[in-house]
Design a protein around this ligand. Sequence first.
Ligand code: EPU
Length: 346
Amino acid sequence: MNNPASVLCSVEIQKHVDLKPFNTFGLSSIAERLARVGDAQSLEEYFSSGEPHPSLILGGGSNLLLTKDIPGTVLKIEIPGIQLMDESEDAFFVKVGAGVVWHEFVLKAIENGWAGIENLSLIPGNVGTAPMQNIGAYGVEIKSVFHSLDAFLTEDKTWASFSLEECQFGYRESIFKRALRNKAIISSVTFRLKKTPAFNTSYGAIEQELEKMGVRDLTLKSVSDAVISIRQSKLPDPKKIGNSGSFFKNPVIDQVHFESLKSTFPEIVGYPAGDRKVKVAAGWLIEHAGFKGKSYGTYGVHDRQALVLVNHGGALGSDIYNLSEEIIQAVFGMYQIPLEREVNII
Ligand code: EPU
């Protein structure tokens, strides 16, 4: 394939690039142009040089289903750096470049005794995209350790800093997925990490795993190791089997609806979600609609976690999209619950 590189300001632009290595589903999709941005200044230069607005802004590619080739420019954010900026009596303030791999930051935090993200070990993706969907696992969400972030606003061509409140975090939600979608590009995130750990092992499986590991005194490392072990036992490693973690969100429904489902499906799994609402385990719904482990050759549903759709190798994004559509219809038909995709469809 013709792949000449040109240089605009300090941003290198390549033509006709396959995005397969840049998305955890491992899907082929040809970007007409790929611009890789390695620092905040280059990001600003890209927009002030009259280049067209990018068709896609790419981080770690871990929450993305590419169903087609991408015309125009894909802007890939590769800003590095982990820097301890400040300390207070009980916290470390750490600024992290948007292009840092999330789990590498978690490992660095554990090494330095910065507490609060050990439960978020091994989540695929980069630091810059983590706040967009308020990543969460095992009882912790990024919002609990978030201090602020810097982003470039592409319409005004200015920089802005966002506080916790301004990010409007919700369950797998933030302002960057809604009002500021494609309008704010995160360059760095500053975390407020604790000096004294407040371990959160209430998520049942963590306690069991720690016991299995023979851990008596909790440390950041032991909790992280337990989370890694649980994740590895349930979730496919994107380096071996293409996937994007949970493909759907866990739906929140009215208590009355849940009670009525429970009389038909006594084993259904749900957790109180306040205000007479229940958050239902989508994995359970999908499994009991008969999809768990179902394989369609090149793609299918993971055999240990029905919320995860997989590319066994050679699948098309459109195959996986059509499967997700089939699942949504089947789940709605059985339980009258509309599932919502967590993954961005391109
Ligand atoms: N379940 C089934 N069948 C399945 C999968 C799950 O019955 O195939 C039931 C389990 O029995 C369990 C319940 O569903 O009682 C919850 O399962 P699990 O603990 O695996 O968590 P989840 O709700 O399916 C969420 C997050 C994950 C996160 C885990 C652990 C969402 C959409 N997903 O999954 O996040 O790792 O909790 O905290 O909220 C991600 O977002 O990509 C992701 C992996």
